[in-house]
Design a protein around this ligand. Structure first.
Ligand code: AHR
Length: 570
């Protein structure tokens, strides 16, 4: 490989080149990146009517001694469902004697809570009762024992008549990775509970993110964070789409919503504000994908699109408006008076196939450019094969392929128009038999693809792998970059592959020519150089990948791909 490192020979790769894409899929956020341990904390998983769905909450004791139901007596207007707990204990015995240890109810979290000895957990719950309250709150093993931490909620009858906010710090004396949160009492009566939250005291940068899952993102040095989806943005039905206004403000007041594409309830603890905060915490630019008035089954007509346009404008104002503005003031009230660095928005996700997308898109485009001329707008329509028929700063490009096809994608952007909007490859991955739940072959195919993106970074400005996280208990989509359960985390080869590219953003791409090859097969290679901002050391990195076809069987799935990654201090 001959690399021309002479003065002025290279071309700068855009600063934003490699980032991450977070979607609420596979319980990536609820039961994952968002550190909330209680699942269905507001008892609203069945929606805003009663009876609601209270899963995974369940009773402790005999069904004749305690019953759980839901009613609409919450003190929170946007999520009126509360849990009603009727404690009878043994109604045949004198004074309704309760069994030792009492009866009650528990929440197992998302496939078991990981409680760690010596760590503190903050419990918040809203409680009301028909009489005095004496409830034991404990963190226990999966069957109610052993006890890992315990505390008590005691209220006299007059205090308990109205909703009382309880906040307790619980320190774990023991560890358990399949633990549960339980409430028990030996006092017959009726109790109501609402908005029950259990969070570890220690979260990533103190902002509510799972410390270890969020820390997995740091070695990728993401330059941007695209969120919150994906199909999650659209919903199967619009009523279940991610609509940012329902996800901001105090967490207790958020209604939550059914993620009806990936089939689970989310309490929206991880809302629009938190995504912006995460981007800031990672030193990444936020890229907000908003709903364009389209779900998988419905499309709002262009004549009725104005409320969605206004919602997008309000969302931008929330992110970066003056703290005195209507939505900027809500951001300030949430603890972030300074604007977030929102510079990019995407009008929908994978909606270009909808016949009225262009008409609707133009309404968003012109309204946003008028109010925020500097915001860069991403169209869902692919502009890599021919020029777009509408104005845009970027076009979105998604690709899920076999390893061989991914390897060969290098040519695709070499043929893309050199003028007009830039490409944002916001979702790429090797999938199917080559990718399974994460393989080295997939990572190698993807690395060759990223090499081709570096070389075509005059037209491709951003790229992110998809999906980012999977909770191993809910594998809706395979493969993914980071796999976890309540207590364990690992990166797939595709996760580590991305680390090879973390210096590329802002680096100089040098002309590199392959002069002699001792192997037959395709080769992908690139050379970059960059200066460390801290100590000014200059580095050169060569990435070379060879795709060797098995001579016996030329079947695409039997190819071997080799990656050499050389890294030199100059
Ligand atoms: O990344 C998984 C899904 O693939 C995304 O939700 C969607 O945008 C794409 O079809």
């Amino acid at each position: 490989l001959i690399v021309d490192a002479s003065e002025g020979s290279g071309r700068k790769i855009p600063d934003t080149m490699f980032g991450v894409f977070f979607e609420e899929i596979n319980h990536a956020g609820a039961g994952g990146l968002w550190a909330e341990l209680v699942s269905n904390r507001g008892f609203e998983a069945g929606g805003s009517n009663t009876p609601s769905k209270i899963d995974p909450w369940a009773i402790i004791g005999d069904p004749s001694s305690v019953t759980l139901s839901t009613d609409l007596t919450s003190r929170f207007e946007r999520n009126m469902v509360a849990l009603r707990v009727e404690v009878r204990c043994d109604s045949r015995a004198l004074n309704n004697v309760c069994p030792a240890g009492g009866v009650g109810f528990f929440n197992p979290g998302y496939w078991g809570m990981n409680i760690e000895q010596g760590k503190a957990y903050r419990l918040v719950a809203y409680v009301r009762s028909s009489g005095p309250v004496d409830v034991t709150v404990s963190l226990t093993g999966p069957n109610g024992f052993p006890s890992l931490a315990a505390s008590r909620i005691i209220l006299n009858a007059s205090d308990a008549e109205n909703w009382t906010r309880i906040e307790l710090l619980m320190e774990a004396g023991l560890s358990g990775r399949n633990s549960r949160l339980q409430f028990t009492t030996e006092k017959p009566g009726v109790l109501w509970f609402d908005q029950v939250s259990l969070m570890p005291l220690e979260t990533y940068k103190g902002h509510g993110f799972h410390p270890k899952l969020a820390a997995m993102l740091e070695p990728l040095k993401p330059r941007f964070l695209r969120f919150p989806g994906g199909c999650y943005v659209e919903g199967t039905w619009l009523r279940n789409a991610f609509r940012w206004k329902a996800t901001v403000g105090p967490w207790e007041e958020r209604p939550g919503h059914l993620n009806d594409v990936w089939n689970y309830w989310t309490d929206d603890g991880l809302g629009y504000f938190e995504f912006l905060q995460l981007a800031e915490d990672l030193g990444a630019l936020p890229i907000w994908v908003f709903n364009s008035g389209m779900s998988h089954r419905e499309h709002i007509h262009v004549a009725s699109i104005f409320p969605f346009v206004q919602e997008a404008l309000d969302g931008i104002e929330f992110a970066r408006g003056d703290p005195a503005s209507e939505w900027g003031s809500l951001r300030a009230a949430m603890g972030h008076p300074e604007p977030f660095e929102l510079r990019h928005v995407a009008v929908g996700n994978e909606d270009c196939w909808v016949p009225n997308y262009r008409d609707v898109y133009l309404k968003f485009y012109h309204a946003i450019k008028l109010a925020y001329p500097d915001i860069r707008i991403i169209s869902n329509c692919d502009g890599s094969a021919w020029d777009l028929d509408h104005p845009a700063d970027y076009y979105d490009f998604h690709i899920y392929e076999t390893a061989t096809n991914m390897f060969s994608m290098g040519d695709h952007f070499a043929k893309a128009p050199r003028t007009g909007p830039k490409a944002f490859v916001s979702e790429y991955a090797v999938t199917g038999r080559d990718g399974r739940t994460g393989t080295l072959l997939a990572a190698l195919g993807e690395a060759a693809f990223l090499i081709s993106l570096e070389k075509n970074s005059d037209v491709v400005e951003m790229a992110s792998y998809a999906p980012l996280f999977v909770n191993a208990n809910d594998r809706s989509w395979n493969p993914d970059a980071i796999v976890f359960n309540s207590s364990h985390i690992y990166g797939t080869p595709s996760y580590y592959m991305q680390q090879f590219f973390r210096e590329s953003g802002g680096a100089t791409l040098l002309p590199a020519t392959l002069v002699k090859s001792s192997v037959s097969g395709s080769i992908a290679a690139s050379a970059i150089t960059w200066r460390d901002p801290v100590d000014s050391t200059e580095y050169l990195k060569l990435k070379v990948q060879v795709q060797i076809s098995s001579p016996k069987n030329n079947n695409n799935n039997n190819n071997l791909i080799v990656l050499r990654n050389c890294f030199h201090r100059l």
